[in-house]
Structures are given as C-alpha cells and as structure tokens.
Design a protein around this ligand. Sequence first.
Ligand code: UGB
Length: 447
Amino acid sequence: MPSSTHDNFPSTPGKVKMERSNYFGRVASRWHSTASARLLGCSALLLAFALVVLFRVSSSGFADGGYFSNNGVLTFKPTLMWEKQVRQSCLPTRGDNPMVVLVTGAAGFVGTHVSLALKKRGDGVVGIDNFNSYYEISLKRARQEHLATHGVFVIEADINNALLLKSLFEMVQITHVMHLAAQAGVRYAMENPGSYVHSNIAGLVNLFEICKAANPQPAIVWASSSSVYGLNTKVPFSEVDRTDQPASLYAATKKAGEEIAHTYNHIYGLSITGLRFFTVYGPWGRPDMAYFSFTRDILKGKPINIYQGANNKDLARDFTYIDDIVKGCVASLDTAERSTGSGGKKTGPAQLRIFNLGNTSPVTVPTLVDILEKYLNMKAIRNIVKMPRNGDVPFTHANVSSAQTQLNYKPITDLDTGLKKFVKWYLSYYGDNTHHHSGLVNQEPII
Ligand SMILES: O=C(O)[C@H]1O[C@H](OP(=O)(O)OP(=O)(O)OC[C@H]2O[C@@H](n3ccc(=O)[nH]c3=O)[C@H](O)[C@@H]2O)[C@H](O)[C@@H](O)[C@H]1O
C-alpha cells in the first residue's frame, strides 16, 4: 500500500518528527481484526489514504507520489504533477552542450547559490533537500521559494531515499550531480553524532550507489571540508598534506567521504571531484555559523563568545565568500570528465580530483567582529572565552594553486567586502528592529 514519501526516511536522527500515517495504520489494523468489520476496514484504509494524500497536498503545496509494491519489489511512483515539475526544472535553456544537474542540499546555503548560477546560465537543474530542523526551516523554505521563482524545483526528500532517487534518474537524464547535502557544523557533532553518520556517510554511499547504477552514470562534484586538515600545523594547507588527524566527527565523516569517493571511482568508474570548502559565508548563509549568529546577537544587544586558542591566541579562518565558492563549483562541473562505468561496471579509469576552495588570506575572529560592528553600526558585547574542546581547530589557510591551475579559480572577495554584502542581505531579509545600523537595509537584496 502507498505511504507518505518521508515515513521511512527520518531526515535527521535525533530530530525525528512524528510520522503522520501511523495513527491511520493502527486504526486500520484494529478494524481489520474482526471478520465482520473487513468491509469497514477497507473503507477506513481508503479514507486514511485519502486523508494522508490530502494532508500532504495541503501542507507542502504538492504531492510527490507514493511507494507501491510491484510483485514484492517496492518502487516510488511519482504523481503526474511532481513529474511535470521535475521535467520542467530539468529543461536546459541553452543550446551549447547544456548539463542537467541534480543539486542535493539545494535548499541549503551553497546549494541555493549553485542552483541559481546554473539555472541562470541555462542548464537544467533539479534540487533535493530533506528540510531538516538543524537550523530554522523557514530560511530553507524561503530559499526554496526563491529558487522556484527562477524555475528550480526542489524535491523534498532525503538522500537516503533510494527508491525516489532511482525513480528520478529513470525519469530524467541527469548528467551531473552537485552533492551538497550534508549534516554541517563542527560543534553540533558532539550533540547529534547519528545525524553525521546518516547524511555524510550513509547518504553519500546511497547517492553513489544510485549514480553507479544509473545509465549513463553522471559525473559527481561534492562538498568535502577544510576541517579534514584537522590539527595540521603546516600552512597553507595543501591537498597533498596528511588528513588523518580530524578534530571533530564532522571532519572525520568528510574525510571518510573522500575515501568512499576513491572506492566508487576505483570500482565503478564514477568521475568524482571533492571540494574542500573553507568557512563559506554570505547572503542566505547558515544561521549556525559564527558570522551569522554574531550578527543576530550584536543586533539584539546580546553578548557573544569569542573563542581563543592556547596561549590566548586568536582563532583564525580562511573565510571564503559564497560567489567565489560558486565559481569554483561551476568550474568543477564544467571540467568534470564523464564517468566511465556502464551497467554498474567500470569500463576504464575515471577522473578523481580533490581541490581546496578557500580565500588564501585568513582573518582572526576578533577582526571578523570588528567588521560586523562597522557595518551594523553597533558595538558587540565581547566575552573572550577559552576554545572549548568540541571539535574546533585553531586556524585554517588554503593553498588554492591546484584549483587555480585546473579550474581557473581565483577568489576575489575580501572579508570586509563580503561581510558588507552579508549585512545588507541580513537586514533586508530579517528587517530592521534596531534602527542603529548603518542604513544598509534600504538597499536592494543581493540576489
Ligand atoms: O571550513 C569548513 O569546512 C567548516 O567551516 C565552518 O566551520 P567553522 O570554521 O568552525 O565556522 P564557524 O562555526 O562559523 O566558526 C568560525 C570561527 O568562529 C569561532 N567561534 C564560533 C562560535 C562562537 O560562538 N564563537 C567563536 O569564536 C570558531 O571557533 C571559529 O574559529 C562550517 O560551519 C563547517 O560546516 C565547515 O564547513
């Protein structure tokens, strides 16, 4: 019998919501137990199904489909409406060798920007996102709406949902996968380790399984992280440096992802490019990140904690502006070679790459706060505290020469310029509750 799309795929372990159809299931089985009530039971089941469908339609604006058992094989069967939206979204509008890209984590920060950039230049794009509650869902919904106005449809599903992904690959010929869905955040890994395993390990393997079986296989570009350099002290960090001392479970899952990528490239001929992002920031960013939460707290007049490393040394990050990262992502897609597998089997060696995408000029956290103060026109209340032992590393600094040579990657936005754009977006998105800021709110939104 059909069931709701998400019932079997809790998107974030530790933050699982109540399943909607369980109640109907229990009611139905109770009715079913007496022979005389069989007819009523069937009607109740039908009614339950209708209610589930109705509820889904009214809560998400569309129904995506259901799961059906066909001779014991469970398959996902989309609704006509869903299929139409997917096909429409995947239609390229440029003639010169366009790509059709599946962007995972499309309602996320980087996913939104990359989806837009691809769509704007005429590629076919369809997104997928589980809309989990790691941070405010309303921001993810706003990004989804923003994408919809540009013709990008975002499917609401988890990357662990093999049936839905399989059906999607059968429906449209996806040439590239931009895999950005992940459980992010280095410190949250201590609170909810299962979520990192679920998305960054199990989800990645599931996606690779689908890609390896697809015909033709897509090329894959995916987000690794600067955190794989862990406790390394040699700077700047280069792709050839060791990455075997992660400081957080998040970093360990990203490092594991790189090894898993090697395996799928080696056995199945998948073309895979991993991108080590360095603390990406900008408009539509992630509220859990320091620059975002600091902005929120400074505007509220709330104190902020600024961590310090050993010997009272300020922490530093190679903060990288979103537009520079998007260019690196798109260039990676453009230079990705085809996968070589067919029918799940490798027919020749395939491309396997890894690139740092950073800014190449680290800035300390107190300097980041200075810049925010300038653009918010407010003073932060600074608590200087010792860096807790929860996964942080003291500094990051990218060597991007490899990306420069092979992707023509050249970061051009310094932290001051990038944060100015972020603050402008923040004030236009959340509105102005303080009246103390520098007047940036009245200007046009960034994207
Ligand atoms: O490059 C990455 O691969 C990672 O980048 C990002 O991690 P980080 O570099 O840790 O960014 P972020 O949390 O903004 O903290 C920035 C600085 O502020 C300090 N920090 C933080 C919080 C706080 O309350 N106080 C503070 O001083 C903190 O100690 C740090 O020095 C992504 O979140 C992560 O998903 C991953 O992608």
